[in-house]
Design a protein around this ligand. Sequence first.
Ligand SMILES: [Ca+2]
Length: 391
Amino acid sequence: MTIRSLIASLALALPAPALAQSCGGSFSGFIQGLASEAMQRGHAQATVQSFFAGVAQDPKVLEADRRQGVFQLDFTSFARRLISQNRIETGQAKARQYASVFDTIERSYGVPRGILLAFWAFETDYGGFQGDFNTLNALVTLSHDCRRPELFRPQVFAALELYEKGDFSPGGTTGAWAGEIGMVQMLPGDILENGVDGDGDGHVRLKTSPPDALMSGAKMLRGLGWQPNQPWLQEIRLPAQMDWAQTGLTTTKGASDWQRLGVTPRSGQWQASNLPGSIILPQGRNGPAFLAYPNFSTLFEWNQSFTYVLTAAYFATRFSGAPVFDAGNPAPGLSGQDMLSLQRKLVAMGYDVGAVDGILGEKTRESVQSVQQRLGLPADAWPTQDLLNRL
Ligand SMILES: [Ca+2]
């Protein structure tokens, strides 16, 4: 999980006392500030002291944070890297092994097993690689760092609450560099709010208990707006010509309206005739094509990356029998450097591309689509070298 869920979990944070020192300064002074705030929040001094006793800055966490977002694969390459027959078979075996857990989840939260298997696979390879960063050190390091302390500081206090419940070890809890813990990589604040003791041992153990991790992840997705018994993604076939400006997440239509425009399911029937759907063309009009239903957008609460979310959503469909996607014959994408130049040109023209980061995210896609329209090009939101040359 990334920043989006951090932002979401901010809303859960206790009303904080005025923050004397919100970031930076000497590390030991910073820890003293955290400790006194914890005591103002009502935590016992002895608890606070033992919680922060061994905390240390972790320079590797800062390195990982600075490395983020400099590289992105297109959907087809990313999907081929993350999805293998072996990974699908392992997921199917997990689905059998934990069938009763998944049945309970589907009854209680309406989140299908494929979605959870996809996140379990992508986040930690089904629990195999959960990260070995000390979680408290990671959270405190990122709170002390002045890049976005407001996102991480509440997570330190959430970890303290988990510690009081016996579900966090300052010296022993490890996970991802940004503080996510366990099989599906949840942040302390999300664990506090959504942690479920799925195996009934009295604790929420997201690192070692698949039932705990899967149920907690499902509860979180349900809370983020997942709608039970609704599809999330379906592969489609496109007509040779259509108004490409109608593709993208901002345009929604019912299946019959899409059908009238010549759009059809790649196989079988429409999964929902009564739900609004958006056409997603991750690599333009000659590449893969999907219809995204409302549940698809919920997945962005888990991870902000368009390619990650689409790949996870597609992988999830494989567990309900979807075939290997048709990769088509898309125009080659831009390199990271060219994507940066494109974004800078778009910004200079007055477009909002979000962060100028060399990544084709949702806002950059929307800007590309609109500049394509302005130039009279097929507005499929897929930037090519030709488009870059014209700007
Ligand atoms: Ca448990």
